[in-house]
Design a protein around this ligand. Structure first.
Ligand SMILES: Nc1ncnc2c1ncn2[C@@H]1O[C@H](COP(=O)(O)OP(=O)(O)OP(=O)(O)O)[C@@H](O)[C@H]1O
Length: 263
């Protein structure tokens, strides 16, 4: 297992869209090697936060750092290469085999240049072989091993969503940003994904920041929870503490958090 990742610090992030404050002075820390959930009702600012962390949105104020490394304002590819990878809510993977898609994830780690690869120089061929072997290991870890050579188009919805997860893991991230990893999955697929996430965190020792509407899953998987409402942090702490918080219950319009969808 690799060494523990540095903490991911979010400090005083504010994002405004025209007259609307999507994030209002938001601060939290993803502790090394933990699973941290970011939850809140629709429009609370969760996606905006992910967009800031992955470099898609520049905040009006505030900073994001991974340990000592400042990430605020860096371009998407730079943030990814510094160890922060993300998955997207909607599956984008439809073409190629599972292996092809995982190799795309390895692309940014390739040292061999285009010319060396095109000319099939021995060093480039060796490097490709190593990347493919690592992609296979990650496929095994995420339960996709037997599907490595299968076209993604033929996979079930749950497996395709796991290809997206495995592709992000192929970047060898230290922090993984997971945007609704079980959205649209059936009960069996959800349970399988929870298992895979636990294995991945244990085996790879990375930190995970999770946005997920499935409260039962969040409560089972996360060690820390940050709750947003209208861009503000309204509660933070261990799942049972957050769940009992009156303001959190109010934000969810009286719907007790535990009675939402179950995996
Ligand atoms: N590009 C944008 N331009 C204008 N307003 C935006 C933009 N992106 C988000 N918003 C607004 O910012 C607020 C926060 O949206 P965001 O998508 O971050 O919430 P969310 O918590 O991810 O919601 P959901 O759970 O529905 O995905 C919302 O009021 C949304 O309408």
């Amino acid at each position: 297992m690799s060494t523990a990742p540095p903490p991911l610090h979010v400090r005083g992030i504010t994002v405004r869209f025209a007259g609307l404050t999507a994030l209002d002075d938001l601060s939290f820390t993803v502790a090394p090697g933990t699973i941290h959930a970011l939850i809140g009702p629709n429009g609370a600012g969760k996606s905006t936060c992910f967009n800031v962390l992955s470099g898609l949105t520049r905040p009006d104020s505030g900073t994001v750092s991974l340990g000592e490394q400042e990430l605020t304002g860096l371009p998407v590819h730079k943030i990814a290469s510094l160890g922060v990878a993300r998955t997207f809510q909607n599956i984008v993977v439809t073409a190629g085999t599972v292996g092809d898609n995982l190799m795309l994830g390895r692309h940014t780690l390739s040292r061999a240049g285009f010319a060396a690869s095109a000319l099939r120089l021995p060093s480039a061929v060796r490097e490709q072989r190593e990347h493919r072997a690592r992609a296979r290991e990650i496929a095994e870890l995420t339960g996709l091993g037997p599907l490595f050579d299968s076209p993604v188009a033929l996979l079930s919805y749950g497996d395709r969503k796991r290809v997206e997860l495995a592709r992000a893991l192929c970047l060898e991230p230290r922090v993984l940003l997971l945007d609704e990893p079980v959205a649209g999955m059936n009960g069996g697929e959800r349970a399988r994904t929870v298992e895979v996430l636990r294995t991945v965190r244990e085996e790879l020792g990375l930190s995970v920041l999770l946005v997920e509407h499935d409260m039962a899953l969040v409560m089972r998987l996360a060690e820390d929870v940050t709750v947003l409402d209208f861009g503000r942090r309204i509660a933070a702490g261990a799942p049972d503490v957050v769940q009992a918080d009156p303001e959190v219950r109010r934000a969810y319009l009286g719907a007790p958090a535990t009675e939402e969808r179950t995996p």
